[in-house]
Design a protein around this ligand. Structure first.
Ligand code: GDP
Ligand code: MN
Length: 379
């Protein structure tokens, strides 16, 4: 689950990371009032859950409340990367001297949280990582010790900070960011830019991005409440409410699989035979008919889907339950696309009977099922 910039910055604030003291507006009039309260130049920023808002015109400076209202009006009417802007953050404008980057991510290979810093902040950090990786300094944190001061200083010196006060402030921010990451069960906590502002060269988090681990959200009801349902697609919402893992992709072969590993393998085999999966969808272990029907509805809502490939390995999941779910969904949705099902394992025989009675194509191996699906997608 992604948090909005304003939500991330409020969290940062509670951890002592300096942030601009702005407010959120849903109308141009509110933006004007906030700007008037701030009483100086402001920056009006689109609150959508995608990066690169600056480049897309979603971040604009305004000198007066009138201007803030105007900018808010423009931005609130925008769509950024397909997402309509429904809120803007109005922050006091910062006098930026330098833009740095500071982020915490999970380094699975090292089994550690990695803190990364760069002097090339403000811009797309993935771009920096791809083109000039030497501009990123990384330290990995021992989970038992936490972020040590010397590691935070290594980052500070590594990105060229020299003034004692700035280095000291950076160390505090890095430690706080590490705590935010760990205590919220985040998978990403990022400040970009971490700006050097004013003649005093104070550090300030001008942008914030936090991605929370959905599997740990049950431990954070306060954070779970921050979910912005208006930013979810219908499919994402239905998947979440039914406990399904769903990721929409570019291809045209809809996939319904139980188990993340099997779902990945299914996508690989589809590609091996020259096809392209339309989605990753894991219905999980022990899925009952209801859940299967929800999965089916989600897949069929994607207009790119030309065929659906069902690959179920029945262990705890019972094949006949899945088959009944499919038939139930077919009655509800009445799809115009063909289906290929491969169900093996627990109650596979009954599953096949149910599916064949419903005139569905079945296959015994994954290769056979994938080949059929690829052919049907081409037809
Ligand atoms: P993003 O494009 O979605 O990452 O949005 P950011 O919040 O990072 O803003 C993009 C850019 O706008 C920053 O890198 C800054 O250069 C600029 N910007 C953001 N806030 C301010 C501000 O308060 N004052 C000034 N002068 N520029 C700002
Ligand atoms: Mn940014």
């Amino acid at each position: 689950m992604k948090l909005h910039e304003y939500q991330s910055k409020r969290l940062f604030d509670t951890y002592g990371i300096p942030v601009p003291q702005g407010e959120v507006a849903e109308t141009p009039e509110q933006a004007r009032e906030i700007a008037a309260r701030i009483g100086g130049p402001v920056v009006v920023k689109a609150q959508v859950l995608v990066g690169g808002r600056g480049k897309a015109g979603g971040v604009k400076l305004a000198k007066t409340p009138d201007e803030a209202e105007q900018r808010a009006k423009e931005i609130l009417g925008m769509e950024i990367k397909g997402l309509p802007v429904k809120k803007v953050l109005v922050d006091p404008a910062a006098d930026i001297r330098e833009e740095l980057y500071l982020g915490a991510v999970l380094d699975r290979a090292a089994r550690r949280v990695a803190l990364m810093a760069s002097a090339a902040g403000g811009v797309d950090i993935e771009e920096v990582a791809a083109t000039t990786p030497e501009k990123i300094v990384t330290v990995r944190v021992d989970p038992l010790v936490g972020l040590a001061d010397y590691q935070a200083r290594e980052l500070a010196y590594g990105i060229g900070l020299r003034e004692r006060a700035t280095v000291r402030q950076f160390v505090g921010i890095a430690r706080a960011l590490y705590r935010v990451f760990v205590e919220t069960d985040a998978s990403l906590a990022e400040i970009n830019p971490l700006a050097v502002v004013g003649s005093e060269h104070q550090l300030m988090a001008l942008d914030g991005k936090i991605v929370l681990d959905d599997n740990a959200l049950f431990r954070h009801s306060d954070l779970a409440e921050m979910r912005d349902e208006s930013e979810e697609t219908e499919a994402e919402r239905e998947a979440r409410l039914n406990g399904l893992s769903y990721v929409e992709l570019e291809g045209n072969i809809g996939c319904m699989v139980n188990g993340a590993g099997l779902a990945m393998a299914t996508m690989d085999v589809i590609k091996f035979f020259g096809g392209e999966p339309a989605n990753f969808l894991d219905i999980g272990g022990g899925a009952r008919a209801e859940k299967v029907a929800a999965a089916m509805r989600i897949i069929l809502r994607d207009p790119n889907v030309r065929v659906v490939l069902i690959n179920i390995f029945g262990g705890i999941t019972r094949g006949d339950e899945v088959a009944r779910g499919i038939v139930q969904a077919l009655e509800e949705v009445k799809p115009s696309v063909p289906f290929v099902a491969r169900i093996v394992g627990t109650n596979a025989e009954q599953a096949r009977e149910i599916l064949q009675a419903a005139d569905m194509m079945t296959a015994t191996t994954l290769a056979e099922a994938a080949q059929k699906a690829v052919e049907l997608a081409r037809a």
